[in-house]
Ligand binder design. Structure first.
Ligand code: MP5
Length: 229
């Protein structure tokens, strides 16, 4: 069995926990409150912004054949920020109203630490797991969300054919990297695969439960929907 199939098999209960998360199910069923979805949008906008330097940090570490695809992926992220901005403007959400939540902050730190401190194959594992997680997660939402929903463009972005092809490409490349890695490095890649999945679950949990830091009183600004007080 190839690396990605082996990992998905190994962490199946976790992957299932991610895909059956109430945030996804309620979004799929059109039951997610606007403020809750806005919370996710604000936090994921910050995450995508941070994913650009993460990808850029992978560039000098990777093989030359990965340059063009990584540059294209960075371009796609920049376009994705535009999608957030367009959706947010449409529904009156201020994407800059909330600071990074604890989980978003931690996930971003994890991305950057992985890019700078780990091998290319290890960092690429995190890239693949995060992209695959979003592809699979938004496919769950696609199963039920009304195409006229203001959130449907996010479904089209991550559950669409272009993103599916990108994830399939990453999968093939990651399996090549894993085949060339020694047993110890493969073990570290497996650990990072699992950790990334846990961060993904934590991110949905944060999106659903609010973006306040433990011990810090909720700030009215953080709600970011223009209702002061
Ligand atoms: C992605 C994302 C997908 N936007 N947010 C989280 C928490 N995980 C994964 O990455 P991208 O870079 O938007 O395709």
């Amino acid at each position: 069995m190839r690396f990605t199939a082996e990992q998905l098999d190994r962490i199946r209960p976790l992957w299932h926990a991610m895909l059956s998360h109430p945030f996804l199910q309620r979004t799929r069923d059109g039951e997610i409150p606007d403020e809750t979805f806005a919370n996710w949008m604000q936090q994921d906008y910050l995450f995508v912004e941070a994913a650009i330097p993460f990808m850029a940090a992978l560039l000098p570490k990777g093989p030359e054949r990965h340059r063009e695809p990584l540059i294209a992926a960075i371009g796609a992220l920049q376009k994705e920020l535009g999608l957030f901005e367009e959706r947010a403007a449409d529904v009156g959400v201020d994407l800059r109203a909330a600071p990074p939540a604890f989980t978003c902050h931690a996930y971003i730190q994890f991305l950057m630490a992985t890019a700078y401190q780990r091998s290319y194959a290890e960092a690429y594992t995190v890239l693949y797991a995060a992209e695959k997680a979003y592809h699979d997660s938004w496919k769950v939402v696609k199963e039920g969300l009304d195409e006229r929903s203001p959130w449907y463009p996010f479904v089209e972005n991550w559950a669409g054919e272009d993103f599916a092809a990108y994830v399939a490409y990453l999968e093939g490349e990651l399996n090549e990297l894993a085949a060339a890695a020694g047993a110890e490095e493969q073990g570290r890649m497996a650990e990072l695969f699992e950790l990334t999945t846990k961060y993904e679950i934590a991110f949905w949990e944060m999106a659903l439960g609010g973006a306040d830091w433990p011990g810090v009183p909720a700030s009215p600004r953080a709600r970011g929907r223009g209702e002061e007080g």
